[in-house]
Design a protein around this ligand. Structure first.
Ligand code: AMP
Ligand code: MG
Length: 489
């Protein structure tokens, strides 16, 4: 299930940033977190007392195909800390090779580490289930990477993120033992997972089925959140799916600027766009099916497993609908709402529309807003000026929306508050992360710190940060790191 392995040790650990809240949860004092000893532990140069580092063995389906054994190739688990909120596992990403590194170096570059640190914390504050980040530390070492896989390899700064989660167990941790017909280890892995993380199910006769059903539901909830905030994971392989339904492995992920269900941030995914924004629910269900296959030896009840896999779709459809009601500020079900949402989808796709700005502005539209009001409110979301035809088309939806709002008996201020609590004002747009990376590469961390602080309050108005409430700038449209991300990290 795992191999004990020592982090390789780095030349010159230097802390860049750490999360004070995560440190607080772990009862780590600011004095310790700001000491050299912390940077040393966070790169694996020193071990905390009682720590016995290990890497986990797992397999996975990558891009639709069984890829065999993978495992923590560059993640080293330090162990777990008991906190008031339960167990927290600490894992160093990029601290050196493990028995699962295959031919790779087990290291991570600053670029991808900044992206993981910022995004996992941003997701947490958005209310999306996710692993968290405790620290981001430079290693003082250079790491060779060919970013676009085009023969232009170059050295980049090495870094380590210490990430934190109740568990880093993935679907692939079960698939690997099923693939080897090793039912005994599969059962051990499942019993361990259930006893620690689903302990309310331990005594149930149908515990494996009940557990599977919960994993399916948690996964479904996570995807509804991703669709709500416009997050595209980019590599939804089964080895990147958490058994707790939390977002894990921030690689070539991206945030939807202009609403486009066909957009994938991952250049490796471009040929089939398997992991495109609009396909995430379907892929999650496919991954759940793979998990069903893996645990079948423990719960050999084909029909029941199938039912749970099938239910994913109906659960998702229902939860997505409720989420869309919240995003649009509708709180009483109406049989016409499905049409309203379908029509809205067409409107969002019709011309380049910034998803985040559109929904945030929507709260300002009221049942008695005039056409002129609506255009004034909504135009910041559009990448091109709203010409006659375009505004006519867009207004056709708003006319229905206005009528629908009139049926709701919600007070305007209350509605704004409720909508603003689900429609973020600030998300980690791809170009923002890239700007922070460009600065960090030069040794400047101001922007990284600013974005980290900004994204702690994504739903709040922050007048001094209004510049980040803007459409993606034109220079970022086709830029590597901003609209296209490679897996190289
Ligand atoms: P990912 O695409 O990052 O989810 O990685 C897929 C597999 O490759 C996982 O088993 C990783 O641990 C492994 N991997 C990715 N990058 C490296 C690296 N630089 N060194 C060793 N293993 C890696
Ligand atoms: Mg991975």
């Amino acid at each position: 299930m795992l191999s004990y392995v020592m982090p390789k040790g780095m030349v010159q650990p230097q802390l860049i940033i750490y999360s004070k809240e995560v440190a607080d949860d772990l009862l780590l004092s600011p004095a310790f977190c700001e000491s050299q000893a912390f940077a040393d532990v966070m790169t694996g140069n020193e071990l905390a007392e009682g720590s016995r580092p290990y890497a986990m063995c797992y397999g996975g389906h990558q891009f639709g195909h069984w890829a065999g054994q993978l495992g923590d190739g560059r993640a080293i688990n330090l162990g777990e800390i008991k906190t008031d909120n339960g167990l927290c596992h600490l894992q160093l990403k990029g601290a050196g090779p493990t028995p699962y590194s295959r031919s790779a170096d087990g290291l991570a570059v600053l670029r991808s580490s900044v992206r993981e640190f910022l995004c996992s914390e941003a997701m947490y504050h958005l209310g999306v289930p996710t692993t968290r980040a405790l620290s981001l530390t430079l290693t003082g070492e250079k790491v060779l990477r060919d970013v676009m896989y085009d023969g232009n390899a170059a050295y980049e700064k090495g870094a380590v993120v210490c990430r934190v989660a109740p568990s880093f167990i993935r679907f692939g941790n079960f698939e690997i033992f099923a693939s080897r017909n090793d039912t005994l280890t599969l059962k051990k892995q499942a019993d361990y997972t259930i006893s620690i993380h689903f302990s309310h199910l331990v005594d149930r006769e149908d515990k494996y089925l009940a557990w599977f059903s919960e994993v399916s539901e948690l996964t479904c909830d996570m995807i509804v959140h991703w669709q709500r905030v416009g997050f595209v994971h980019g590599v939804m392989n089964t080895d990147n799916m958490s058994i707790l339904g939390i977002t894990i492995d921030f690689g070539p992920y991206g945030w939807v600027d202009a609403y486009d269900p066909d957009w994938t941030p991952n250049t490796t995914d471009l040929p089939g766009k398997r992991y495109r924004f609009g396909n995430q629910p379907m892929i999650a269900q496919w991954n759940i099916l793979k998990l069903a296959n893996a645990i079948y030896p423990l719960a050999p009840e084909e029909d029941k497993l199938k039912d749970i896999v099938q239910q994913f779709k109906s659960r998702y459809t229902e939860k997505f609908h409720v989420m869309m009601m919240q995003k649009t500020g509708l709180y009483h079900k109406d049989p016409e709402d499905q049409h309203l949402f379908n029509h809205l989808e067409q409107v969002l796709r019709y011309t380049e529309t910034d998803m985040t700005i559109f929904f945030r502005q929507l709260a300002l539209v009221n049942h008695d807003s005039t056409d002129v009001d609506i255009i004034r409110i909504i135009h910041p979301a559009y990448y091109e000026p709203l010409s006659g035809d375009k505004s006519t088309y867009i207004l056709s939806w708003f006319h229905k929306y206005r009528e629908r709002l009139a049926k709701e008996k919600c007070n305007l201020n209350e509605r704004i508050q409720k909508m603003n609590a689900v429609n973020p004002k600030y998300v980690l747009r791809n170009y923002m992360a890239q700007l922070a990376i460009d600065e960090a590469d030069k040794g400047h961390y101001r922007l990284l710190n600013d974005l980290y602080t900004l994204l702690k309050k994504p739903y709040e108005e922050q007048p001094h940060n209004e510049k980040w409430y803007a459409r993606r700038p034109d220079w970022a449209r086709e830029k590597i790191g901003c609209s296209m991300l490679s897996c190289s990290s």
